[in-house]
Design a protein around this ligand. Sequence first.
Ligand code: CP
Length: 321
Amino acid sequence: KRHLISTADLTREDALLILDTAEQMAQVSARSVKKLPTLRGRTVVNLFFEDSTRTRTSFEVAEKRLSADVINFSAKGSSVSKGESLKDTALTLQAMGADAVVIRHGASGAPKLLADSDWLHGSVVNAGDGTHEHPTQALLDAFTMRRHLNPGVGHDLAGRRVTIVGDVLHSRVARSNVRLLHTLGAEVTLVAPPTLMPFGVETWPCQVSYDLDAALGKADAVMMLRVQRERMNAAFFPTQREYTRRYGLDARRLALMPEHALVMHPGPMVRGMEIESTIADSDRAVIVEQVANGVSVRMAVLYLLLGGSEPAITTSSANTP
Ligand code: CP
């Protein structure tokens, strides 16, 4: 495959190959010299039309650890603000010899438009498009879950129960996770206020609930989502107090979860709204670990799309610092 647009495009074997390759990449990141020469001479463009902290920086770290030449493009401060189109932006990047473009865009479908076009000849990686998908986030979430809940190369998440809570309506993270977790054999339950549950959710491969307390007791992982006010009409903002009372993760709700269950959040968090600050900082939370795992997973994706004809790590001595 040349592009990564949606987790729906990944077979179980594809997903496991990425997760297993990411385990190898994590070994590279643990070394004192954290670099592989795999993408030397290749150019990767990070094309961000929307703000990002984690995704953008972890892609950049991943690209540099694979020795790629990296170009960071932000719509703010570029000729996009003068009205330049996505097509002309892409043609400009192609003229500079981009081998891959990592794109975040506010419009659902923008990465697929690029991938299907002849404006770019390289690979396209979706770093989050509108309310559609965020496939590398779902892969890093699955990687984190697998490490805690069923560690081992070749292992999937069969039978593990994942509860995803919050603004599902606007969440590309939830969409990518539901598809990938289903492919990996996990059982997903979505919990959201009725106004923030997407139309047609009953056709998704998951359970739907409006009762958070009831959905916590058997969860192996609970993933809290941010309320995405920037994608809402102000008239539809839920009040913080009511939202937190019904859908926030607090100490009482943490006590309803099995002791082994993970607390996850893709970030950015609104502490005190969807998650109590002390829980986000507790040893039950793997939120910072998710970020670190994002580097390994993004290294694996770029390696497999652009350079993966040789094993990621060829000799055991390559693993020693
Ligand atoms: N999880 C995530 O996509 O975070 P950023 O918006 O900071 O990249």
